[in-house]
Ligand binder design. Structure first.
Ligand SMILES: Cc1cc2nc3c(=O)[nH]c(=O)nc-3n(C[C@H](O)[C@H](O)[C@H](O)COP(=O)(O)OP(=O)(O)OC[C@H]3O[C@@H](n4cnc5c(N)ncnc54)[C@H](O)[C@@H]3O)c2cc1C
Length: 478
């Protein structure tokens, strides 16, 4: 098959999966008012590979390395920095073209690419073959995946084996000649309720007595024993907002409960090899932070554009302190872009797989997360309090009060009041809304906390070299 249409993708979700949202069981996720939007968001990626525009099609689809049949480009395992640059471009252009991130194939392949690296390091031919066969299954059927890494974790200060009960981390409860039986729950999993396949990776390093938790596998979303409990979403645009023509985009996260789920051996990529759990978690995190910094760039560019436009609509673009703030806004965005490109430019090779540069990918993610709230503050500052108090589109359309709004809410005489209000609403969505608060938390936690990035920066940085240079300078060593 190779490439599916958006309709074929949606049809595949009517498969008896067990999904709950807002306390109710969902019979058909494609028809649900919130999950339907998530299906459309993911479905938009299927429209890109079927685009009439050859340039778009050629970016999002690529020839299968052996058969040359067209497949989704995210199913190409990166072998060099060019493949990584393509990955960034695919992710960024999908944001720009669809207005949202059809998130799934990227995180799924972040998991699978890490599984390839680790199976190679273990020298485990069976796991390598399982991962390869599974990748072929994804390529052939053009499947949407989610990456299930984060366990619910219970008491964070305690290791998996020391928790109040054994199920705070996903683990093996039984094995037989056919496969393994697993129990536990993964949480915050993006687009999980509309994925075809769930790919599991351990959330952390496991110790010698925690082999049952050193676990990686892939399983169809409608497998018996799996339940998705979703976060509630925003739903359609409110008719009160100014919102241009862009569709609402939504990628619903869910907790996935694995209630004694059977996984056949040929779908297993790690089971018990606790010594390699760290490498798997670490390699996944590197791939995934690279995905993250790639998809953040287009969204922060729009946010920076709001700051530039609001400065102009307010007539302040030449004022000293506003220009100073715009310089900080631009520096934030361009530093992120430069680090993202550098992470692709200078990969680390594991066998024939190119892993984005771990030090730079972690620095980029830390830069993005640690300075995001300051970046938002700059935009809020430039735009003004109207972000919090703006009248809405319904007020604008009411003839009783329209003229007051037109007369009093103008800014610089160069622009219309309507354009200023439209930009106020666009800016409000990014920095003063339920959605923007969601993204502030997402920035801090998604793709791992800042402490996790600092840990990896310390591991990857040449601290010894710094120390030696200082000791030489001080005359302590030759
Ligand atoms: C919108 C969104 C989407 C996401 N999508 C996915 C996804 O698709 N797949 C996926 O697998 N995950 C996903 N995540 C999960 C994300 O990776 C986690 O939120 C992140 O790893 C933090 O874990 P946590 O939420 O359990 O927070 P916690 O682990 O509870 O962290 C809270 C704080 O405690 C600190 N902390 C935790 N444990 C320790 C410890 N032992 N010692 C010292 N400090 C500690 C952390 O550094 C942090 O500062 C998503 C998260 C969000 C918000």
């Amino acid at each position: 098959m190779g490439l599916r249409t958006a309709e074929e993708y949606k049809e595949s979700l009517r498969d008896g999966r067990r999904v709950y949202i807002r306390g109710e069981k969902v019979e058909d996720v494609t028809k649900h008012p919130i999950l339907g939007i998530t299906c459309d968001t993911v479905g938009a990626s299927y429209e890109l590979t079927a685009s009439d525009d050859k340039e778009i099609r050629d970016l999002f689809a690529a020839p299968h390395p052996e058969t040359s049949e067209p497949i989704n480009r995210l199913f190409i395992t990166p072998r060099n920095s060019e493949d990584l640059r393509y990955r960034t471009k695919v992710i960024q252009r999908s944001m720009e073209l669809t207005g949202g991130l059809p998130f799934g194939k990227d995180i799924g392949t972040d998991c699978l690419n890490a599984a390839f690296v680790v199976a190679g390091q273990m020298g485990n031919k069976q796991y390598q073959e399982n991962a390869m066969n599974f990748l072929e299954h994804l390529r052939k059927n053009d499947l949407h995946t989610c990456g299930a890494v984060t366990c619910v974790k219970g008491d964070r200060s305690k290791e998996p084996s020391k928790q109040k009960h054994p199920d705070y981390y996903l683990h093996v409860v039984d094995k037989n000649s056919e496969g393994i039986i697993v129990k536990g729950a993964k949480i915050h999993i993006t687009s999980a309720p509309v994925a075809n396949e769930i790919i599991v990776v351990p959330t952390r390093q496991m110790r010698e007595n925690e082999g049952d938790y050193a676990l990686s596998f892939a399983i169809p979303a409608n497998t018996e024993g799996i339940t998705f409990i979703c976060r509630a979403g925003r739903g359609a645009w409110s008719e009160h907002e100014f919102h241009g023509k862009q569709p609402v985009r939504e990628l619903t996260e869910a907790m996935i409960v694995f209630d004694n789920v059977f996984v056949p051996w040929d779908r297993v990529f790690m089971c018990g090899e606790w010594q390699y759990s760290m490498l798997l978690a670490y390699t996944f995190a590197t791939f995934h932070r690279f995905t993250a910094i790639s998809y953040k760039v287009p969204s922060v560019e729009i946010m920076a554009g709001c700051a530039v436009a609001m400065a102009k609509y307010n007539g302040l673009e030449k004022v000293g302190h506003i220009r100073d703030k715009l310089a900080d806004v631009a520096a934030y965005v361009e530093t992120l872009k430069a680090l993202t490109n550098a992470a692709a430019q200078d990969p680390v090779m594991y066998g024939d797989i190119a892993v984005p540069n771990p030090l730079i990918a972690n620095m980029a993610k830390l830069h993005f997360a640690s300075k995001y709230h300051g970046f938002i503050e700059l935009i809020q500052d430039i735009a003004g309090g109207i972000l919090a108090t703006t009248p809405d589109q319904k007020d604008w359309e009411n003839p009783d009060i329209h003229d007051y709004l037109e007369h009093y809410l103008g800014g610089s005489g160069e622009y219309s009041t309507l354009d200023r209000l439209k930009m106020v609403h666009e800016t409000m969505r990014h920095v003063c809304s339920h959605d923007s608060a969601f993204h502030e938390v997402t920035t801090v936690h998604a793709e791992g906390s800042m402490a996790a990035q600092k840990m990896m920066i310390l591991v990857e940085s040449p601290l010894k070299r710094y120390e030696e240079r200082a000791k030489k300078a001080a005359g302590i060593i030759d």
